[in-house]
Design a protein around this ligand. Sequence first.
Ligand code: FMN
Length: 169
Amino acid sequence: MDVFEALKTRLEIKEFEKRHVPAEVKKEILEAGRLAPSGMNSQHWRFILVDNGEDLKTLADISMTGKWVKDCDFAIIVLTSTKYPWHLLDAGRAITHMQLAAWNRGVGSRIYTGYDEKRMRQTFNIPSEYSISGVIGFGYPARKILGRKNRLPLEQVAYLNRYGQPISF
Ligand SMILES: Cc1cc2nc3c(=O)[nH]c(=O)nc-3n(C[C@H](O)[C@H](O)[C@H](O)COP(=O)(O)O)c2cc1C
């Protein structure tokens, strides 16, 4: 899939088919995370693949904003090192890489960031030096995605040469 086409059509979904995503696609998604750029090439992200029903249910139970993760085929917990002031930027880049690689294979996804941190650390054995920067749930979309994005127009978010100066093409 053309990269810009993927950007235009990908929506964050939370309803998934029961069908399993093949192991090779899961590996490709993790590879996309591994290939992401990071500040000073520090590569401090760590990814935990959660692919069994019981752990997905636990993820849902200890989340405030990602209850839908129980219906995913698998999830990836993204950890980044708080040693790097830019660690959340790196998390965002790895997450975007993984979501686009997934969409290229027809796999939908959504991120969530609301969870009981203590229980996340206990359950998944997460060391204190890592921030839990996001959890992404993945799976085949339950229904056809119609690709309508609710976004501000370009002129409202982009300027020419100076803040506030209108841009047009
Ligand atoms: C930093 C970040 C945090 C998010 N946290 C949550 C969350 O906790 N729960 C959730 O269901 N969606 C979460 N989302 C998904 C957003 O709501 C979604 O990306 C946004 O509504 C745009 O969706 P769309 O691309 O389908 O239009 C988060 C997205 C981002 C980028």
